[in-house]
Design a protein around this ligand. Structure first.
Ligand SMILES: NC(=O)c1ccc[n+]([C@@H]2O[C@H](COP(=O)([O-])OP(=O)(O)OC[C@H]3O[C@@H](n4cnc5c(N)ncnc54)[C@H](O)[C@@H]3O)[C@@H](O)[C@H]2O)c1
Length: 446
């Protein structure tokens, strides 16, 4: 059993803290947000992540997991401190490192014994060295420490599963002993462990996210071509995915990527490249294609309704993906803004994202469920592929709507079934001919 401190109790920090506690370590999780820590100490979750509340409760009860706001308290007995603070987008697309900087200064001032500082936040290449410089210059008396990069690859919505079953653990450091000690913390996870230098580990994170974002933009470009040529992108993606050189993941055409990671990480990588005089043309295309997806959905809705001015549009889903309450960079909110600018009244329903979305955009009217949302809507736009949306009573939805129009930004419905159910339905890349009608549905026997 080790004692571990985790700085930052957001999506990554809380999962890391709960996960290491569940593996039998004593974990002190720290945040500067006093309300968050007070809430956690009363059993209130600041975020929704499946299974997290139970895991935290179990480990708090076992006295393996503690929540504090004081750095000296968090670092009193620990040899390991994970930094898991936010690295949001800065003004020019670069990562804003102000939280990392302030965490590094607080660690330097509070440490009383040798420490391994492990950076889990996604940070520009070279940040590990910068953190080491900050700690050295801010320490009141010199105490040895090492910096290890340990990028996080978890996905919101399946974060605990990902923590417990990572594809790999990447560790980067100039200090091999420190990296090996951190590797030992991860041994119970039984995943491949790769030790590199600091900058390579930091780059692996950006390259991974940029690659996954590229796959999404790639399939969205294919979806556009499918629409022109009468092919069905869902089947194209399945047909591609069976090839083990390609694989099935991140090939869902639709509204494009969002969330707190892909948009800012692709932008930050492009920024790093441009700063060094490189022209990151593929990354720029990935971002352009992604932004176009929002416009495409709006154009599609306008085409079906004539105009959205004065119309009531219902958004099915607000979060950037299912099984989370995270609305950061969610395509649904971009759609809401664009539609509101064009004079539409926006209503929405989401199983987890409504309270955060209401704070971000108070003018969105929230509904209690999908059926209540459908009431008097001129069109429904599917923005998030929550499972509960896949099995709705379509007759009930159609009867509630003023106009039976569904624009499916996540391709969760079958175009044929939707036509049979009486909807004017448009998905994305689903074999529509130039006249907007489904051209080539799957073959039938007759
Ligand atoms: N969310 C994800 O799915 C995900 C996945 C992989 C990597 N990441 C990366 O992990 C990092 C954290 O992301 P997140 O989504 O958990 O962020 P988040 O915004 O949910 O949480 C960050 C937390 O850090 C706290 N904090 C800020 N400054 C602090 C300080 N000086 N001391 C202590 N606490 C401080 C904030 O109060 C907040 O609770 C980011 O760099 C992100 O890019 C996120």
């Amino acid at each position: 059993m080790k004692e571990i401190a985790v700085v930052g109790t957001g999506y990554v920090g809380l999962v890391t803290a709960a996960g290491f506690a569940d593996l039998g370590n004593r974990v002190i999780a720290l945040d500067v947000d006093k309300r968050k820590i007070e809430g956690l100490n009363k059993g209130r979750m600041p975020i929704y992540e499946p299974g997290l509340e139970e895991m935290i409760a179990r480990n708090v009860a076992a006295q393996r997991l503690f929540f504090v706001t004081s750095y000296p308290q968090a670092l009193k007995n620990t040899e390991f401190v994970f930094i898991a603070v936010g690295t949001p987008e800065g003004v020019d697309g670069e990562a804003d490192l102000k939280y990392v900087r302030s965490a590094a200064i607080s660690i330097a001032k509070a440490m009383i014994a040798p420490l391994i500082v492990i950076n889990k936040s996604t940070v520009p290449v070279g940040t590990g060295d910068w953190v080491a410089d900050i700690i050295s210059s801010e320490q009141e008396t010199p105490i040895p420490f090492a910096v290890v990069s340990c990028p996080e690859f978890l996905r919101e919505g399946s974060a605990l599963l990902d923590f417990m079953n990572p594809f790999r653990t990447v560790l980067g450091s100039t200090d091999l002993d420190a990296a090996e000690k951190v590797a030992r913390l991860h041994l119970p996870l039984r995943a491949p462990i790769m030790i590199t230098n600091l900058r390579t580990a930091e780059m692996i994170k950006y390259a991974s996210n940029a690659f996954l974002a590229t796959r999404i933009s790639f399939i969205n470009e294919i979806a556009n071509i499918c629409e022109e040529l009468g092919a069905d992108v869902k089947e194209v993606a399945s047909g591609m995915g069976y090839d083990s050189r390609i694989g099935p993941h991140f090939l869902d055409a639709g509204l494009g990527y969002g969330g707190s990671c892909f948009p800012k990480d692709v932008k930050a990588l492009a920024h790093m490249a441009a700063e060094k005089g490189r022209h990151p043309q593929l990354l720029r295309a990935v971002m352009d294609i992604n932004l176009d997806r929002r416009r495409l959905l709006i154009e599609r809705t306008e085409k079906l309704l004539g105009s959205v001015d004065g119309k009531t549009i219902g958004l099915l889903g607000l979060t950037f993906k299912p099984n989370t309450d995270d609305i950061r960079e969610a395509p649904a909110l971009d759609l809401a803004r664009l539609l509101a600018e064009k004079g539409a009244r926006i209503r929405a329903y989401d199983p987890q994202g409504m309270s955060r979305a209401k704070q971000a955009m108070p003018e969105i009217e929230m509904a209690e469920n999908a059926y209540e949302l459908a009431r008097d809507c001129d069109a429904l736009l599917v923005c998030t592929d929550w499972n509960e949306f896949k099995h709705l009573d379509l007759a009930r939805i159609r009867n509630a709507m003023r106009c039976p129009v569904i624009v499916d930004g996540r391709n969760i419905y079958d175009p044929k079934r939707m036509a049979q159910a009486g909807f004017h339905y448009r998905g994305v890349g689903r074999g529509y001919g130039p006249d907007g009608e489904p051209e080539n549905s799957s073959p039938t026997r007759d």
